[in-house]
Write a protein that binds this ligand. Sequence first.
Ligand SMILES: Cc1cc2nc3c(=O)[nH]c(=O)nc-3n(C[C@H](O)[C@H](O)[C@H](O)COP(=O)(O)OP(=O)(O)OC[C@H]3O[C@@H](n4cnc5c(N)ncnc54)[C@H](O)[C@@H]3O)c2cc1C
Length: 313
Amino acid sequence: MFGHPRFRYQRRYRMPGMGDMKPAQFDYVAPGSVPEAVAVLAGRGPESRVLAGGQSLLIELRYRTARPALVVDVNGIPGLAEIAVEDGSVHVGALVRHAQLERARFDDPLAGLFREVAPYVGHPPIRARGTFAGSLAWAHPASEWCALAMAMGAGIELEGPAGRRTVPADSWFRGRFATACLPEELVTGVRLPRPPAGAVPAFAELRRTHGSFALAAALVVLRLVDGRVDWVRVGLANAADVPLRAVEAERLMVGEPPEPELLAEAAARAAAEANPPDEPHAPAAYRRHALATLVRRCLTRAVRARHEHPGAA
Ligand SMILES: Cc1cc2nc3c(=O)[nH]c(=O)nc-3n(C[C@H](O)[C@H](O)[C@H](O)COP(=O)(O)OP(=O)(O)OC[C@H]3O[C@@H](n4cnc5c(N)ncnc54)[C@H](O)[C@@H]3O)c2cc1C
């Protein structure tokens, strides 16, 4: 029986627990502009879900953990797929895919940060479809982009029946898979302040297999001036129900020379700011230890890169 090719195929490719499940029936609409999408959401927001890259929503639909009556596909809306580098900030449109950020080549430390982080988001096919803004809307605690948005002080831009508003990242994440987005609102883009010139990014992640979600992850953007830490951001993923910015660790380093002891102390401080989930395969104490190691590794790499390439952005 086990040698039958069809049986083998089904055994290998069925997702655990999913069986033959298909999404429940839903209506589908593909608006051609933001005002059209907002008009649809204004009428049926609470019973609808926005479809961007579909890399999280389609799984939810198939598992029937989401059963929207209406799916609003925004992929046909023009003007949402651009990365705009402006004075003081970078604007990432709601349909910018992970892969676009992986290829970011503009002249700013943020581009280096995007390139460092993107390869850790799923696999190449997921990165070809999934969106940066969709990750922020989905708000998985292990999401690398959510940690980046939090650490860099991103503003999430929304449009809804009541008009436009921008929500700062530190008020955006409300818990696991919970955000400040109202059902009748559409995320139209994300604005990220540009770090100071000369800041260096570093990212490190612990995961069980290539392409799986992070058990813990850390990102650092750091600038040294005259041998002292002048500006630093530390972000943590899967360190709590929401992404974290380790402000105490940052405060400890500013104005100080980046000696190994200081970096180790800052890393320990960052881990202490975390409140990681306690799961059988990754207990909280293990995650906290991993976070300290990852932060220290990022800080050391960023400091070393600055010493080795003092002219690089
Ligand atoms: C095998 C696998 C591995 C993955 N690994 C990782 C990983 O390591 N790290 C990681 O961060 N992610 C990972 N993902 C998730 C992936 O990055 C998704 O692309 C991302 O989380 C959601 O983006 P999306 O564009 O696909 O959104 P969708 O799936 O289209 O939507 C997700 C949710 O956000 C809402 N939404 C999306 N866009 C908007 C908008 N503009 N306005 C309002 N609401 C919106 C949707 O309604 C839905 O609720 C993985 C996915 C898979 C399938």
